[in-house]
Write a protein that binds this ligand. Structure first.
Ligand SMILES: [Zn+2]
Length: 198
């Protein structure tokens, strides 16, 4: 499967099955203000195109709301992977969302044990994405999937750096923008406010 053609990854694609999670989060271009799954129709076609949902399935307004909530919860986890803080309230909100996607234990033919969606339809489709997050956590790749530290960008990128210290989806764009902001702050004598970022 030509994953890089299918999913929006930018120049830092996630490895293996995690690329689908990255692509799901990057359906929203925060900076460009475009959303590939912003309507019931576009959400359905994205899920069908990636083999997660049957073409005969229906997507309700509640399904759309749930998908967008899941996506933004995943993005907040990626911000946390980039040194951000996760409040107990945010974490319990995310955990309550995840309850909608039950997973079941399943053995593969090679003896590998995995968690697969236990539900059908939309809950199963989004459950596929959740199950890939679980798999990535177990493999240790999850913590390298980050949301760009530039607040206007927040693009999901895979941090391949040796010491896992990458902050931006693109050093040339977001990294230099951050440095310009820091420069302006220094010129005006302001200090960076303590926030969720390191
Ligand atoms: Zn960025």
């Amino acid at each position: 499967m030509k994953n890089r053609e299918l999913f929006k990854t930018g120049s830092k694609p996630a490895p293996g099955e995690l690329i689908m999670v990255q692509g799901f989060i990057n359906t929203l271009d925060v900076e460009g203000n475009t959303d590939d799954i912003g309507t019931r129709q576009t959400l359905k076609s994205w899920l069908v195109r990636h083999g997660l949902l049957s073409a005969t399935a229906t997507v309700s307004s509640a399904d759309l709301k749930a998908a967008l909530a899941l996506r933004e919860s995943l993005r907040s986890l990626l911000l946390a992977n980039n040194g951000g803080m996760m409040s107990p309230a945010s974490l319990s909100h995310i955990n309550s969302l995840l309850c909608q996607y039950p997973l079941a234990v399943s053995f593969a033919r090679d003896g590998d044990l995995s968690l697969v969606p236990a539900a059908q339809g939309m809950a199963g489709a989004l459950g596929q994405i959740v199950s890939r997050v679980v798999k990535a956590v177990n493999k240790g790749t999850w913590f390298r999937l980050k949301a760009c530290d530039d607040p206007v960008c927040q693009w999901a990128f895979y941090d391949n750096s040796k010491n896992q210290s990458g902050r931006w989806c693109s050093m040339a764009v977001c990294g230099s923008r951050d440095k310009a902001r820091a420069y302006r702050r220094r010129q005006s004598g302001q200090r960076r406010l303590p926030g969720r970022r390191k």
